[in-house]
Design a protein around this ligand. Structure first.
Ligand code: UD1
Length: 439
């Protein structure tokens, strides 16, 4: 099993670049199923969730080729309409294939998706919305049997601005008869990126990034080339790493505007932020200040994906911060691991109380989920001594070569393979035995 080994308390400095957004590329890859042709997607990060999406596309009959950070998806022929359970369970985003597969094949068989264990994560909004667009969906235990001769326009009022449900509706309604209106749509930047990809393929989607999205269905889409936006959660991870253990860090290839919901929190911590629309410089104070209150909210509120990441930085702040997690009911699993570093965090239902401490100390911890894992990396970077972080398959889902990127700015971090180490030491014993036999 792979682990990260970090010798902490090193000053980080220099420049670091942010890769393409996981949460953008996954729905865009799913939506390539709508297009009979070859889609070219640039700035695609090398992540296990992207690999999982590629496996689904290939299973369904698409041909996918990677050239550096570009994916070439040929969806001219789609031969399957069932996604196997093991593929569905690999990630939450597999549910976004429902709208596109159903639009393309008119019949789809899938089961419930997997993803990080951060709450119940129902898919009722996805299913009720697709039903409004004309899909007939039977739920049979864990399986969903879905049919739709063709999607038609509808007015859909979301009871919560779900990111995934908004994406599924946009994809399904893009090729449909008539006009669809989504009221209380999610406004995350990844929604706008999906709309921008689909519109470049001939879709007519208006208002993405706002609370009401209008989609005029078209007959078909044509292929295009598109570049994925930078990952704002990866940028936030580097900001937190900088806040807790850097003097000054330049984070390149960001969309500064997408970071506006988190920037006030870093400023309240005492960090100085400057830069332009694609670069962000962060200068951190000697000791971070506490933040009065953080509440996770749909965009443009403070993102739930940044909750654990910013919490890690606050563990070493001067005072007490309250964090209210309002999106996912079980997104505090990383806290018991952060406390192993000497952090002082307590939880009461959806409220976390972080009492800043002066020092963190090296610890052996295990990732609980993707962003929780990232919070442990941040704590380990700022801890005195050596830390090991296990179960990093969670981190591999959303961070490309995290150890190489952080090493570039001065972190002492290595990825080690326990099995390899064990085998190597076993090999030594055999050699010794052989040598003894030869003697
Ligand atoms: C997406 C992001 C995830 C982020 C989340 C919230 C991707 C791949 N993942 O996840 O990183 O943390 O947005 O910003 O883009 N809900 C329902 N019924 C539904 C759907 C959602 O009740 O049918 C609830 C969820 O349980 C949760 C809330 O709505 O409490 C937000 O979920 P949603 O916005 O759908 O998140 P995801 O699309 O799963």
């Amino acid at each position: 099993m792979e682990k990260l080994v970090i010798n902490g308390n090193r000053k980080l400095q220099g420049e670091i670049s942010v890769h393409g957004a996981k949460n953008s590329v996954l729905p865009i890859l799913a939506s390539t199923l709508l297009i009979k042709g070859v889609s070219i997607i640039h700035n695609v990060p090398d992540l296990t969730d992207v690999d999982a999406s590629i496996r689904i596309l290939e299973y369904l009959g698409a041909k996918v080729k990677r050239e550096n950070d570009t994916l070439i998806v040929d969806a001219n022929e789609i031969t399957e309409n069932t996604i196997p359970e093991e593929m569905m369970r690999e990630m939450r985003s597999s549910i976004i294939f429902l709208g596109s597969l159903l639009s393309r094949t008119k019949e789809a068989y899938i089961c419930y998706p997997g993803g990080c264990d951060i709450g119940v994560r129902p898919i009722d909004l996805h299913l009720s919305s697709l039903r409004k667009l004309g899909a007939v969906i039977y739920e049979n235990g864990n399986c969903l049997c879905c049919k739709s001769t063709s999607f038609h326009g509808a007015k859909i009022i979301l009871t919560f601005p779900s990111v995934g449900a908004t994406e599924n509706i946009m994809i399904a309604a893009a090729v449909s008869k008539g006009k669809t209106t989504i009221i209380n749509a999610a406004r995350e930047p990844e929604i706008s990126d999906l709309a921008s990809f689909l519109n470049s393929c001939g879709a007519k989607i208006f208002g993405a990034g706002e609370g009401t999205i209008e989609i005029e269905g078209v007959e078909s889409l044509y292929p295009c080339a598109h570049s994925i936006i930078p990952d704002r959660v990866v940028a936030a991870t580097y900001m937190s790493a900088a806040a807790i253990s850097a003097d000054e860090l330049l984070i390149k290839n960001v969309r500064t505007q997408h970071l506006s919901p988190i920037m006030p929190v870093f400023m309240e911590m005492g960090c100085k932020l400057s830069g332009d629309k694609n670069n962000l410089k962060i200068v951190s104070p000697k000791r971070l200040k506490r933040v009065k209150m953080i509440k996770t909210m749909p965009y443009p509120g403070f993102p739930t994906d940044c909750q654990s990441i910013v919490m890690a930085a606050l563990t070493k702040s001067n005072g007490t911060t309250i964090i209210n997690e309002s999106i996912f009911e079980s997104r505090f699993k990383h806290i018991s691991e952060l406390n192993r570093f000497g952090a002082d965090i307590s939880v009461n239902d959806r409220i976390a109380i972080i009492n800043g401490v002066k020092n963190l100390y090296g610890a052996n911890v295990y990732c609980t989920d993707l962003r929780g894992g990232a919070s442990m990396v941040i704590a380990a970077l700022a801890a005195e001594g050596k830390s090991t972080i296990g179960d990093i398959y969670h981190i591999n889902r959303g961070y490309e070569k995290i150890e190489e990127n952080l090493a570039q700015i001065g972190a002492d971090i290595k990825r080690v393979n326990d099995e390899k180490t064990a085998k190597e030491s076993k090999g030594c014993e055999i050699e010794v035995e052989g040598a003894v036999q030869q003697l």
